[in-house]
Design a protein around this ligand. Structure first.
Ligand SMILES: [Zn+2]
Length: 322
């Protein structure tokens, strides 16, 4: 376990401090410490909700299913090589997930792939490893999960998982696997939502899990502290669109999990539209607060504004990158 210099981490720890410093603090006039309490409350809220929410199972094709209800959307491929999971969800969902997984078939869970390092995709790593899953991820996911995320401003330590929750097999750019008769391709994006994002393609099924490069029907979080940006997120959408056909099932990281090229295109066009509006106002010399007040997301709020990343917070995330 290593400790990075606090100043390098002052904005890290997933959305904790971003929510606190740029979202709640600015919109509700809280002091930083109060705002942090709000942010910590949000994480508790996500965990509490995962603990009680039922897992909804969406059966797709070629023995691929999606489990919805524990943090990020989870893909599962079943077959004689054992269950292959893409993302681990939140640890407190263990009992609910076990039930849903058992209903998909009797085989053990042998493989877990993390799409990126955020806790709502990796918090379940430790229990999944304890039941036999080998964890595979991109190099940066392993790196971030191996560090204490000390956030000095908020006097907060975001602890890494136990050692057995850290990916044991990693890769730099791409990894090809053949499991349960399906050709799996794990591929790193250029920095997008973070600099650890990968897609997981199930070739014969024409299904792809694109992780948090796509939030279906909701504004996305963008993690600038670990390499994410609005432009990188748009570029990842373009990569996803270029690879998809009309028949491709696209699994989104958040929002309605079972999606397609046309919904992804709507998401991409929203990102481009908001980026343009925010950049125009910023070029005119407006402050971040003034730009939030000008509501540059207004045309999209009815469709995308109903999730945890609200219009004001999303505007701030875009502002940071233009
Ligand atoms: Zn994420």
């Amino acid at each position: 376990m290593t400790r990075t210099h606090p100043s390098a981490l002052s904005r890290r720890a997933f959305c904790l401090c971003c929510v606190a410093s740029s979202g709640f603090a600015a919109t509700s006039g809280l002091t930083p410490r109060q705002a942090f309490a709000e942010a910590r409350g949000l994480v508790s809220l996500i965990k509490d909700s995962a603990a009680t929410s039922p897992i909804v199972v969406h059966k797709l094709r070629h023995n691929v299913s999606v489990l919805e209800g524990s943090g990020g959307n989870i893909a599962v491929l079943t077959g004689p090589d054992g269950k292959v999971m893409v993302d681990a969800g939140i640890g407190v969902s263990r009992q609910q997930l076990m039930k849903a997984l058992a209903n998909l078939g009797p085989e053990p869970i042998t493989t877990l792939i993390n799409t990126h390092w955020h806790f709502d995709h990796t918090d379940g790593n430790t229990w999944l490893n304890s039941v036999g899953a080998k964890i595979i991820a991109q190099d940066n996911t392993r790196k971030y999960l191996s560090e204490v995320q000390r956030v000095e401003d908020w006097d907060y330590n975001f602890l890494p998982p136990a050692a057995d929750g850290i990916p044991s097999q990693t890769f730099a750019d791409a990894l090809d696997l053949k499991l349960n008769g399906i050709s799996l391709r794990l591929k790193l994006y250029a920095p997008a939502h973070t600099d650890s994002d990968i897609s997981v393609n199930f070739a014969e099924a024409n299904i792809v899990h694109v992780g948090d490069t796509f939030w279906n029907g909701v504004y996305p979080f963008i993690d600038y502290s670990t390499g994410g940006s609005i432009d990188g997120t748009i570029a990842a959408c373009d990569v996803n669109l270029a690879a998809a056909t009309a028949d491709t099932v696209i699994i989104a990281g958040h929002g309605q999990p079972v999606s397609n090229k046309s919904e992804l295109k709507e998401f991409r066009d929203m990102l481009v539209g908001v980026r343009k509006n925010v950049a125009t106002l910023k070029r005119q010399g407006r402050t971040c607060d003034e730009i939030v007040a000008a509501k540059p997301t207004a045309a999209y709020d009815a469709k995308f504004g109903a999730f945890v990343i609200d219009p004001g917070f999303f505007t701030r995330l875009v502002y940071e990158g233009v």
